[in-house]
Design a protein around this ligand. Structure first.
Ligand SMILES: Cc1cc2nc3c(=O)[nH]c(=O)nc-3n(C[C@H](O)[C@H](O)[C@H](O)COP(=O)(O)OP(=O)(O)OC[C@H]3O[C@@H](n4cnc5c(N)ncnc54)[C@H](O)[C@@H]3O)c2cc1C
Length: 296
């Protein structure tokens, strides 16, 4: 379904992010959980591209599998770094053929010095390529960074770069994960101030272990881990089950507050596991997304 139709259908968007597993064991584990994810009735699910070392063709494979065999509506991520125009054209052709309606357009992490950088410098260039792709009318989403992006320390300039993407035609913005709602809410207001009017979907990732938090700090450079959250987690550092409970309770509280504040959507970085997301849904008083989504 085109993203505009999803927005028209759902007052609040709930979505899940998957990554294409690298191993058969990982695929089987995800396959075994797809029914649990379907039962939660998200507005859509997204599939990462080349992140965390996963191979790029596997994104296409997982997206097609979800589209053909489940009730989930998959949206592929696509990064342009290192790709030629021909690469992007053939990837988009394959998505047209598979009946995919939307793409999350990203640059990807900057290439290492000396490696080939491809035909696209920034996500904004990829957006243009997607919109001008023959025979397609993709809905386009982009990434937003409420706590800044490591390459652009000047936060006003970072917002200008987001505005440049939005001006190329963007249907939604999905944010980097954050643990401090005030940072997100303030940044959303700043977006409004410079005329960014695309719907903003808040990225939420429950912490399920101390080592997981340390990895997140590395991957989502710039994310702030509030002292209160850290104190609560470290109080239970020798008790993994309690650490997980604290992380899920924090994410649930974030979601409840964001819903109270009228957020347009919440995107869960699931790490391909369903239990934390299920617990959060239950804490919000719903067993499925359709109960939370409401309609216009
Ligand atoms: C929701 C979400 C999903 C993601 N999924 C993936 C994934 O599947 N695979 C993956 O590899 N990565 C993924 N990422 C990570 C993302 O690719 C990196 O954070 C990347 O560094 C930035 O991507 P972008 O699309 O925001 O890039 P851009 O919007 O191109 O911005 C990249 C940097 O360049 C700066 N910039 C932009 N335009 C200009 C300009 N004209 N001049 C100078 N500087 C400029 C920006 O300020 C920013 O610092 C995801 C991130 C998010 C938030």
């Amino acid at each position: 379904m085109h993203f505009n139709d999803i927005l028209a259908r759902d007052k609040t968007i709930f979505s899940f992010e998957f990554f294409p597993p690298n191993t058969d064991t990982g695929w089987n584990a995800l396959e075994g959980r797809l029914g649990d994810f379907e039962a939660l009735e998200p507005s859509f699910v997204s599939v990462t591209y080349g992140a965390g070392g996963s191979t790029r063709t596997k994104t296409h494979e997982l997206v097609c599998h979800l589209a053909q065999n489940t009730s989930l509506d998959p949206i592929p991520h696509l990064t342009c770094v290192g790709h030629t125009k021909e690469d992007i054209t053939s990837i988009l052709d394959a998505y047209v053929e598979a009946g995919i309606d939307n793409i999350l357009a990203l640059r990807g992490d900057a290439p290492k010095a000396g490696s080939a950088s491809g035909d696209y410098a920034y996500a904004a260039d990829l957006i243009e390529a997607i919109h001008s792709h023959k025979g397609a009318n993709f809905g386009v989403g982009v990434a937003g960074f409420p706590e800044g992006h490591p390459e652009t320390p000047n936060r006003l300039v970072q917002l200008d770069h987001l505005k440049q993407k939005v001006d190329k035609g963007v249907d939604w913005i999905c944010t980097q994960l954050f643990f401090d709602n005030n940072a997100f809410l303030d940044w959303s207001e700043q977006c409004e101030l410079i005329g960014i009017d695309s719907p903003i979907i808040a990225g939420i990732m429950p912490i399920t272990s101390i080592s997981g938090m340390q990895r997140m700090a590395e991957l989502a450079g710039g994310a702030n881990f509030p002292a209160t959250l850290q104190k609560r987690l470290y109080r239970f550092q020798d008790d993994p089950e309690s650490v997980q409970k604290v992380g899920i309770a924090w994410a649930a509280q974030q979601c409840a507050e964001l819903l109270d504040r009228g957020v347009r959507g919440i995107h869960f970085f699931t790490m391909n596991k369903s239990s934390a997301t299920e617990e959060i849904f239950q804490s919000l008083g719903a067993s499925s997304g359709s109960k939370l989504r409401g309609s216009h």
